[in-house]
Structures are given as C-alpha cells and as structure tokens.
Design a protein around this ligand. Structure first.
Ligand SMILES: Nc1ncnc2c1ncn2[C@@H]1O[C@H](COP(=O)(O)OP(=O)(O)O)[C@@H](O)[C@H]1O
Ligand SMILES: [Mg+2]
Length: 280
C-alpha cells in the first residue's frame, strides 16, 4: 500500500477506469454510524413511541411509502410497496427471480428512482436528493453484490483500502481500519492476494470488508450467497450477523429458502412486485 496518498482528487483521477467506476457508487464515510444503536431483534414495520429529541434515533432506517417502480419498457418491478426497517434490524428480502428484490435495493441506494411513492433512507427522502447530496447519502450505505465486483488487478488489501483512500483518509487511519476489517472477515492472511487467487467465498468476504471498512450504518447485500455453496453461504451470513450485532442495519436479498428458514430474522417477500410480510 505504498501508493496511498492523502490527496483524494488527484489520487482518484489517477485510478484506472475500472477502479473509478467501482468507487463512484461505493465510496463510504463514517457519517452517522455512531447513531446506530446496539442491535435488538425487532419487528419490521412496528412503530415505537418517540420524543422529538429521540426522533432521529427511533425513526426507521428505511421507509418505503406506496412505492411503485415501472421501468421504461413497461416492466412493473414494484407495485405499491410500503415497508419500514428499523435501525439495527437484520431483514431478509426473499422472492423468486424477477420479483423485484434488486430493484428495491437499487431504490435504497439511489441507483433507480421510484415511479411513484416515497423512499426515505437514514432520514433523507431520496427523491429530493441530487448530485453531491445523493453521493453523500450513498457513502453511508455499504453494498455487496452477488458477483463481488472486485478490482481484478488489485490486491485484497488494495480493494478494501481504495474506499478509504479515495475519501482522503490518512495512511495511518487506512491501516488502522484495514487490518481489523480483514480480520473480521477472516482474510488477514490473504491481504496480498489478487481476486483470482481466491475462492468465491473469499472474494465475497473481501467485498463485505470493502462495504463496511468505513462502518456505514446501513448494509445492503443483493444475493450475496447466490454464487456460493452451502458452507460459504453460511460463513457470509454469519459475518453479516456479526456486523448487525455491532449496530449495522442489514438488508439481505436471497431466493434461498433454506438460509431463511435456518435464521430467526424478520422476512419480507416479494412476489411479482407485491410485498408480503412473512415473519416479523
Ligand atoms: N433496467 C431494467 N429495465 C427494464 N426492466 C427491468 C430492469 N431491471 C429489472 N427489470 C425488470 O423488473 C423486474 C424485477 O427485476 P429485479 O428487481 O431484478 O428482480 P429480482 O432481483 O427479484 O430478480 C423483472 O421483471 C425485470 O425484468
Ligand atoms: Mg436480483
């Protein structure tokens, strides 16, 4: 990591195009991480009494109000979806392929806009956010994908450190965060490996490390176990549970009914774009 410098703009401009693309949507900050309370398993969508002072703490992390998403080709991905996810929750979002799971997550991190209805994340209404303010909100959201999306010609440590590097974290701070994060996902011994030297499960753990190295208050994982065998899937879920136990709100999509049955977390299901609560 000798290339780490603290001039984010120059550094960013010198990155290869693939790295820039990956960073654009995934640069993260510490913003509001400290407001996430220790985890309690709570139901999805349940209201709690609140005083004005406590309001931002008790406000749900995610609120969808009557959200409909119709793509340009007429495909109806979500229909009148209302959902609340409280801070500190761990929620499974299930449903068959094509039921709208990825679309729902894309609305949460602002990659897509709803056709109607309102999406609120971490107290911000996404429809009112543009440009820099949307980019700032995205920095408080960690995202993990089924296909890992690692930068191929960069080591494990570099893949994880880039997120902090592009934000201008000092070299000392990058090191302070990098090693505990790699250790948390069990990859401290693979820091100098390249992605193609790792198993699928290991690559997914790198992508989780990258998503959380800046301790975002919200982690979205879209089919994180989709390419993994049973053992590796469990390992990934265990890491997500561990992150949830330190206060990160976690939303995981999966069509793996077995994984869902083996856990006691709240479950919401999408079917043809309609949302149903399966387990609160
Ligand atoms: N960019 C897009 N343009 C048009 N239709 C899309 C787009 N993305 C998804 N869809 C459609 O929206 C529906 C939901 O897709 P998606 O959210 O990817 O479901 P899932 O993640 O549950 O498989 C599907 O019918 C899909 O074909
Ligand atoms: Mg999907």
């Amino acid at each position: 990591m000798t290339s780490v410098v603290t001039r984010p703009t120059d550094s960013y401009n010198r990155l290869p195009q693939d790295a820039k693309e990956l960073l654009k949507n995934r640069v993260q900050t510490m913003a509001s991480a400290s407001s996430a309370p220790a985890t309690q398993q709570r139901g999805v969508g349940q209201e709690q009494p609140k005083t004005p002072k406590e309001q931002s703490k008790t406000e749900p992390m995610v609120k969808l109000r009557q959200v409909t998403k119709t793509y340009g080709n007429g495909s109806q991905a979500l229909v009148n979806v209302s959902l609340q996810i409280k801070r500190g929750d761990f929620v499974f979002l299930t449903g068959p392929s094509g039921s709208g799971k990825s679309t729902l997550l894309k609305l949460l991190y602002g990659q897509e806009r709803p056709t109607s209805g309102e999406v609120v994340v971490n107290d911000h209404s996404l429809s009112q956010l543009q440009g820099n303010r949307l980019a700032m909100l995205r920095r408080s959201i960690g995202v993990v994908f089924q296909d890992y999306k690692l930068i191929p010609r960069r080591t494990v440590a570099e893949n994880v450190a880039f997120v902090l590097w592009a934000q201008g974290f000092t070299r000392k701070e990058i090191y302070r965060r990098l090693w505990p994060t790699l250790k948390m996902v069990g990859l401290q011994g693979k820091a100098r490996c390249f992605p193609d030297e790792l198993s699928g499960g290991e690559q997914q753990r790198v992508s989780i490390a990258r998503a959380v190295v800046s301790t975002p208050p919200l982690l979205l994982a879209d089919e994180p176990t989709g390419n993994l065998d049973v053992d590796n899937s469990w390992q990934v879920i265990k890491i997500l549970k561990k992150l949830n136990s330190i206060g990160i709100t976690v939303v995981v999509t999966t069509h793996d009914e077995h994984l869902v049955r083996m856990s006691n977390h709240p479950v919401v299901q999408l079917r043809n774009g309609y949302l149903h609560h399966v387990r609160r």
